[in-house]
Ligand binder design. Structure first.
Ligand code: GDP
Length: 443
């Protein structure tokens, strides 16, 4: 897969979000930081990364999720939309309008130009076009044999002459040859002897004058990362009919940098190269690309599962058992506080039962999101034993927990007070009535 490493890093940032208990400002900032790190490691330009992540953060903090969507889903959607825009937004497919359509490919030596010409010829043939390929690479006579070897098994003819030294003449004669052959598309592979942009653009101009292509395609090596920006920009400025193939996106650690750098110039990326085989070329569609990169199928499934779980777990039978027996530890309290923050069913049910007479003290079961987050931080510094048996938490433990979690002893005490208050409340309930009610409501 293209950009596998980047995809994994982005996917794990979103999975972390999906798994987090609450979505507050700190969670959003953490996700944004993970995305930043992933993109910078893929060699995406730092300024572009900051712009992108600032937009994601702003939208995630300010926008309300649409009806029916959770905050988490909404944030994933925002990340998806912004990354898609970042890579050019809409697909710009290669159009074959006239017969024959003449395409000229240019690229720096070693960029993958010859391979891409063969891949493109095969791609078009699979879509029903008759294709002819012209090799005007006078610099590397091997290119002609390389093309023939790749394309002849598919019945695609290659024109060229490894002895000829004049690239413009080769290109012109090749195009004329195929004009008489009733082909739909003629792809011209240029000389490709250049190591930098200026020579490349000069060659493109000379050959263009001779063969008047409908489109010039620049092949850029994806492994050069954000350096692709200068090449793409110089090319875009030199021709109004240019589009781009970014190659070697399989396994390249810098491919994300190359793709985003090219997109930033506004030059259309039409294909990406994703392997050495002739079929390893994909038409580039930012939407499809990003959703595959993020593993959206995966994320969506995960979200659904989580929601189901939340629904089921708001009050489980096991929880109720614990309450009824007066066994109730800090972990249970946290789960309950969280459930009740979302107006969990226990509170509603208790209040709906006429005659039960329990009107829950609001501040015993409701805490704000921010407080819940602080509780989580404090609890992360407790030992398993302390979570299971909070009664063992003495003053020296309180001091250690406060230090470990970067909070204060007052905050740790507040958490313990909340716990004791809730525990007392559950203990004081009429167990018989509660059990009956539980049956009636099918917990
Ligand atoms: P040219 O000098 O630009 O014509 O480059 P070539 O087409 O000969 O390709 C240079 C090398 O890059 C060859 O070894 C190709 O197999 C390899 N290559 C081209 N495209 C891709 C790609 O998308 N993925 C991978 N992994 N290798 C590629």
């Amino acid at each position: 897969m293209a950009l596998e490493k980047l995809g994994k890093a982005l996917n794990s940032a979103l999975k972390k979000l999906a798994r987090s208990k609450t979505v507050d400002e700190a969670t959003i900032k953490e996700v944004v930081r993970d995305i930043q790190r992933a993109l910078i490691q893929a060699d995406v330009n730092v300024r572009l990364v900051l712009q992108l992540t600032k937009t994601i953060e702003k939208r995630a903090l300010e926008e309300e999720p649409p009806a029916g969507a959770s905050k988490k889903e909404h944030i994933i959607q925002i990340v998806y939309e912004e990354l898609t825009k970042f890579l050019g937004k809409e697909a710009k497919p290669l159009e074959i309008k006239e017969k024959p359509t003449v395409l000229l490919t240019v690229g720096i030596q070693g960029s993958g130009k010859t391979t891409s010409v063969a891949k493109l010829a095969r791609h078009l043939q699979k879509r029903g076009y008759k294709v002819g390929v012209v090799c005007s690479d006078t610099w590397r006579p091997g290119a002609y044999y390389q093309l023939k070897q790749l394309l002849e098994p598919y019945g695609i003819e290659v024109s060229g002459d490894p002895e000829e030294k004049d690239a413009v003449k080769l290109a012109y004669e090749g195009v004329e040859y195929f004009r008489g052959k009733d082909v739909d598309v003629i792809i011209v592979d240029s000389a490709g002897r250049h190591k930098e942009e200026s020579g490349l653009i000069e060659e493109m101009k000379q050959i263009s004058q001779a063969i008047k292509p409908h489109e010039v395609i620049l092949v850029i090596d994806g492994t050069i990362g954000q350096q692709a920006y200068n090449q793409a920009l110089a090319f875009k400025e030199a021709t109004p009919i240019g589009s781009i193939i970014v190659t070697k996106l399989d396994g390249s650690a810098k491919g994300g940098g190359a793709l985003s750098a090219v997109a930033a110039t506004g030059a259309p990326i039409k294909f990406i190269g994703v392997g050495e085989r002739i079929d390893d070329l994909e038409a580039f569609d930012p939407k499809r690309f990003v959703s595959r990169l993020l593993g959206m199928g995966d994320i969506e499934g995960l979200l659904e599962k989580l929601e189901e779980l939340q629904k089921q777990q708001a009050v489980s039978e096991e929880d109720l058992e614990k309450f009824l027996k007066g066994k109730f530890n800090l972990k249970d309290m946290y789960a309950q506080l969280e459930a009740m923050q979302k107006m969990g069913p226990l509170k509603q049910v208790l209040q709906m039962i006429p005659g039960l007479g329990y009107s829950l003290p609001d501040d015993a079961v409701r805490v704000g999101e921010e407080k819940l987050r602080r509780y989580r931080i404090i609890m992360d510094s407790m030992t398993e034993e302390e979570l299971e048996h909070p009664e063992i938490i003495n003053y020296s433990r309180i001091k250690r927990i406060a230090r470990g979690s970067g909070t204060s002893t007052a905050e740790v005490r507040e958490l313990l007070n909340q716990y004791n208050q809730m525990k007392k409340m559950f203990k004081s309930m009429d167990k018989r009535k509660l059990a009956k009610m539980a049956k009636r409501f099918n917990f």
